[in-house]
Design a protein around this ligand. Sequence first.
Ligand code: C2E
Ligand code: CA
Ligand code: CA
Length: 672
Amino acid sequence: MGKTLEPHGWLLPDDAPLRRRGLRSLALLGRVSLSFVLIHLLVTVLFTVSGYRFKVAADEALLGTRLNAIVQALPVVIGDDYLRELLAQGPFDAPRYEAMLQRLDSYAKKAGVDSIYVLTQRQGHTLFVMDSASAEDIDSGRYGEHLSAYASAPPQLAQVFAERRSAVVDYHDQFGDFRSLFMPVTGPEGSQLVLGADVSLADVEAERRGCLVLFLGIGLVTFLLGLLVIANRELRISQLAFEDPLTGLPNRTRFIMNVNQVIEAGDRPLAGLTVAIFDICDVKRINALYGYADGNVLLQGVARRLSAVLNAGELLARLPSDGFALLLRCDEEICLARLARTLDQPFRLGGQHSVMVKARLGLARYPVHGRCVQDLLCYAEVALDAARSQAVSHVFYDPELEQRRQQQMALLDDFDLAIEAGQMRVFLQPKASLQDRRIVAAEALVRWQHPRLGLIAPGVFLPIIEHNGRICALSLWLLQECMQLSRTSEIRISVNLSVQDLESATFPAQVEALLKHTGANPALLGLEITESSAMHKPEQALAALRALRQLGFSLSIDDFGTGHSSLAYLSRLPVDELKIDRSFITHLHQPEQQAIVRAIIQLGLIMNLRLVAEGVEDPQACALLAAFGCHEIQGYMIAKPMPAPLFFNWLAACAARWTPDAGAGAARSTVS
Ligand code: C2E
Ligand code: CA
Ligand code: CA
């Protein structure tokens, strides 16, 4: 079976039935263009035929006008007196007559006609009075002599004499085939004359043929140009239908068609056929930092580099958003290493920017995971989701992932009613001042008391509801609960916000309405925002944060040190508190972590922020943080998060002051 090489190093089986099935949409396009071509052909023929007919009619009218003008001038050229002489049949001056014939001939030639003549009628016969003739014509007798009978006069001539009406007539006589204008005039002494001028019919036909050839040429060129336009348009449509306009790569539709062809052809070992979906983790960040133009440059750069390292039979396609699809055809480990190497060099964007990118892949194998490309793509997507949530570079599809996905979908369904059904719980975790060990604040952390699954941690359900855009409702519910709690408490209570809260245009107004409704004091309420959520759409986040700050909430940057925020941007945020991420505190016994934490604290102090260390579990970390100048700590060392009523009992029991013993006891006795 033969093979054809397609763009992007892509080998396709040369199998007609498969092609037919795969390219059904192309056939549809073909049918549409065939109708365009037929319509175009019809219009071209109509225009060409009517153009030709119009030109012929115009030429004929022009010839008539020309003959008319020539004939009108004839009496002037001959002169009335001479004409009278010729009609009178007096003494005949042959040399003068011949000179006049030659003069008429040269006038005729200059005027572009074959001959001009004057005819009269006597006793029912048509006679020549004069007929233009050259010297050669005169010598050879090829002209109508003075008052000789016009033997082969066309019948229309008798009609012109009789009806005294001009006529243009095609005819044949002893001199040849002509088209003539016969014009009746009244000559000297009331004589009835017919003046005539003729052109050879052969010339008329030749001109008409020339005109026909010209119009056929114009028609053909118009048709070909139209075909070019139609072909160009079809190409454009097919590009739009099957190509990604930004990168020029095949799009998802084309990818599905082509991979299906390979699978259905089955004419080569299909083992090792893997469909991968990957996305570039940094495109959103680049869009946010440098604008969409640079994000596009990055995507084009990725497409170019990857296209260059494809093996024969492999395919790269662009998926909607930031994703790419790949058909891989070699050992997966080798392929993955090749992809990693390819992306491992910085990408140069517009201006001075150069960025490194990370790709995340989900992979599904043929045929173990799926027997058609749609299934493989779907499973690769499931695997990619897993890679994203596990924050790893790639994940192979595993049926368990699908099972987990089903469970997540079920959880999402259950969540719809969870708030109304009173299944959500507020847990509070204290924050203590390092200066006087007083419990100065608490962080609200949500839990879900699921009727079947028991108490579910936020790490399990929050990513699912956030991924599906339903977190705002939960944030508002939690805020309302905390507002109620804050009315009877003297410590600050802070609530975590998600990126979607900051990007919702209505969120600040909804929070304001809640404040009014509960009558809570916003000075006792804080909002925690992670660096990454503030960086997702920086300008939108900034506007939301300013609005919330305006309402009186204090703001804090959560998980500080884990994001990629620029200090310039952070310094614009209207925040009051910096929470140093747990990961630094957990390893605080390491000198380099100490250096980082000390630097963060110094930075926070310069920016006039309150510094809170989270995840403090041991007295050594606590001592170091105090020495570095950190203001507050939060962590299991003080207490684990507790259901709100328990928290307030605990707070009363320890008189709002933390002692290491009380903290350890609480950590053992509370629920996390
Ligand atoms: P986070 O905001 O960084 O919250 C702190 C997390 O660290 C909490 O986990 C808390 O239980 C845990 N933690 C506190 N002290 C210690 C410690 O000493 N050692 C260790 N190993 N862990 C400690 P939790 O409650 O499971 O929350 C996890 C994350 O879920 C939170 O991280 C926050 O990002 C998110 N989250 C929790 N509740 C909400 C909420 O109501 N809304 C939003 N948007 N996110 C929430
Ligand atoms: Ca937090
Ligand atoms: Ca945190």
